[in-house]
Write a protein that binds this ligand. Sequence first.
Ligand code: GLY
Ligand code: MN
Ligand code: MN
Length: 463
Amino acid sequence: MFSAKTYKERRRTLKERLGSGLVLLLGNEDSPMNYKANIYPFRQDSSFIYYFGLDLPHLAGVIDIDENKEIIFGDELTMDDIVWTGPQPSIKTLAEKVGITETKAYQKIQKVLHAAQAQRKTIHFLPPYRSHNQLKLARYFDLAYDVVPQHASVSLIKTVIAQRAIKSAEEIEEMEKAVNTTREMHMQAMRMAKAGMKEQTLVGAVMNIAIRHGGQLAYPVIMTINGQTLHNHHHHNTLQSGQLVLGDYGAETSMRYAGDITRTFPVDKTFTTRQKEIYQIVLKAEEESIAALRPGIPYQEIHLKAAEIITDGLKNLGLMKGDTQEAVRAGAHALFFPHGLGHMIGLDVHDMEDLGEDRVGYDEEIKRIDQFGTKYLRLGRKLEEGFVLTVEPGIYFIPELIDQWQSEGKHHSFLNYEKINSYKDFSGIRIEDNVLITAGGYKILGDRIPKTVEEVEALRSEA
Ligand code: GLY
Ligand code: MN
Ligand code: MN
């Protein structure tokens, strides 16, 4: 946890920017897996962590801006709780750690909200993404379950996004830790992978490192010989000579900050010529995109530039043809690069996505482009100093998509289907780093993770 001062400052900024009303932030509850007592690992709500720091279930916080009051709601443990789950500081002691002196029993939330409603105060809450909190809000505000998200406070959403988007020095330090643990995970996988080994062996090895560092995973591990499936969570294949392994995984630190790194390496100690050719294109797109990062540049522009680099590279290999800019404008590159260049990252791997993708990544000036591929770009707006984002271009050969586009004759003036068909067994390559926007440009977080062909092959030679 950061010091009480950090949380007090964050709440003071929120109060100043929002101006009036009462803010209700619900923490998360424990969530059952297959029966009530058998729970998923607890994950606190990220906005609750940001403003109230407490990483335990069944807590809520109120910030009454009009009366300058802050309250933590929670229940003391019963002796039965202590017997099963152990002792814990009192709610009062916990609240004091984050600079709050007033505490109340959880069930008093309703009373406080009713009093505020009677005084005609505006009550701000964020859109719920877990049903238990959606049900609570439905009850507190006498709303039908389905309409609750529509009643979330737009001004609170905007204020929280503006604040959480700019990372402080102490947050960046924590994010460097997340990336460095993630680096260790990737280097371990690259050092130990061998033909005949199962993907799941590598998954176990990288999870071990995240847990040993006191945290867990920021999202489910992708470790696959079928990298063409973007979010592939199947881990039962056996690695075979000639294949590629795409690993996309990241540690979540004990303070819940995320790392999100992708590396792709050969099962053999060296890349084949065909693999190297595609790898170099993805690497160029990644490195040139990072080099272009600076405050004021729209990320949408960098995404489109990456698409052009990929198109140029694939033209050189005879897989694409025609004018590069026209091909990208038409969306032909999306056969190979069907996702966005990156997203914000912080307490969430896709930071603040619960508050709305468009609200986080777009604004009045820059709107989402509704075209296959580019429509998945989560961050399009102008970058600001203090943003942390991912840069993650990729090239994939998705047989089902190739077949569909070819049968429709789609973008045939830009795509050389005959040649493309000979790559249907290629799988995919993605390279991803986490980058801070600085006043003068950018800083890649963490120590360098092997990325060039030479660096990757040097590490693979240790396998
Ligand atoms: N690991 C999910 C992503 O890269 O967005
Ligand atoms: Mn990733
Ligand atoms: Mn990512």
